[in-house]
Design a protein around this ligand. Structure first.
Ligand code: ZN
Ligand code: ZN
Length: 348
């Protein structure tokens, strides 16, 4: 089959690789119908996260059709439409039981193989899904491949961020980073009824998108974001910040912009060693810091009905779709943010 594989920093290639096969009786094989390129694929692409094996199939966001099932799989059969969260989980451990599937003791991330073990990714024609009964979710007929794809990661992650922020209607909530996850956090904040949502980014087309989705745009390259929010809140600061970047600079802005007692909900994949504020800084401001990977297996189940009844409109973030065979160009296109590109899908 065809797949987009990691070769080196800033180098992926369209490769001919062997089709995945059932390795365990709890596996399924899924034909990928839509896959998406995620900002965190770019961490690998840019070498901000290292250690991944050359030849690993990239990608972790997809929807598809079941084409083969292991003998111990009972919830799925050939022909079923499915979405998969971006990590797989066992469904039996303590963390699965409490809904923290991202921290399942058997958890693995698609598209991450290191020293010969781990899971291949989904930027391919087919993918092996381990622990299929616990990992996969049936995709209802009235939820499109594209909607399912977004629910599988970025919509869940954005919603998770808004939930961590404990939003109330009169709150001032700041979303830092208006990439696809930040936009999804804004959509969730609007859904939660938050009336004062500010979006901080340095790219105008992303801010326009944030504004269309209900946030007040702040371009930090053109104005001082911290001063602006303090001014708008009578010197108090924001009640919560959803940090959707994962950089030291955005964490510093988040800290400075929060009011005493505010909540910093960090959902960006963190790629630095030390926080730009100290434990005494946190003590002196009574900050609540929450962070981590979204348990999208749990959140996807919550989001499917919200998409079905129209409470959450997601697909406007999909700005471009490429054929899988043009995947190398799609990575370059996404990386360079060409043509106001926000979210790129791949279609095998
Ligand atoms: Zn993702
Ligand atoms: Zn588990």
């Amino acid at each position: 089959m065809k797949a987009i594989t990691f070769q080196d920093i800033r180098s992926v290639s369209l490769s001919e690789v062997s089709d995945p096969v059932l390795e365990f009786p709890t596996d399924t094989i899924v034909k990928v119908e839509r896959a998406a390129i995620c900002g965190s694929d770019m961490h690998v692409y840019h070498g901000r996260e290292t250690g991944i094996d050359t030849g690993t199939i990239m990608g972790h966001e997809f929807t598809g059709t079941v084409v083969d099932v292991g003998e111990d799989v009972s919830n799925f059969k050939t022909g079923d439409r499915v979405l998969s969260p971006f990590t797989v989980n066992c469904g039996q451990c303590h963390f699965c039981e409490i809904g923290l599937t991202a921290r399942c003791v058997e958890s693995q991330l698609y598209g991450w193989r290191e020293n010969g073990s781990g899971l291949h990714g989904v930027h391919a024609e087919y993918v092996r899904v381990p622990m299929a009964d616990a990992t996969l979710i049936h995709l209802p007929d009235d939820v499109s491949w594209e909607q399912g794809n977004l629910i599988a990661d970025i919509a869940s992650t954005g919603y998770f961020g808004a939930e961590l922020a404990e939003l109330k209607s009169k709150d001032t909530c700041i979303v830092i980073g208006c990439g696809p996850v930040g936009i999804m956090a804004i959509k969730a904040a609007v859904y939660f009824g938050c009336e004062n949502i500010y979006a901080i980014d340095g790219i105008d087309f992303r801010l326009e998108f944030a504004e269309q989705n209900g946030a007040i745009p702040v371009n930090y390259l053109k104005e001082n974001a911290v001063e602006k929010i303090l001014e708008r809140t009578n010197g108090i600061g924001a009640d919560s910040v959803i940090e959707a970047v994962g950089s030291k600079a955005s964490m510093k802005t988040a800290f400075d912009i929060l009011r005493p007692g505010g909540i910093l909900a960090s959902i960006g994949v963190q790629a630095f060693d030390q926080l730009p504020f100290s434990p005494p800084d946190m003590y002196d401001k009574n900050i609540v810091l929450k962070a981590g990977r979204c348990s999208s297996r749990s959140y996807a189940e919550k989001l499917i009905p919200l998409v079905q009844n129209g409470d959450l409109q997601l697909t406007d973030v999909i700005t471009h779709t490429f054929d899988l065979k043009d995947g190398v160009e799609a990575y370059r296109f996404f990386d360079e943010e060409k043509d106001k590109c926000l979210k790129v899908l791949l279609k095998p």
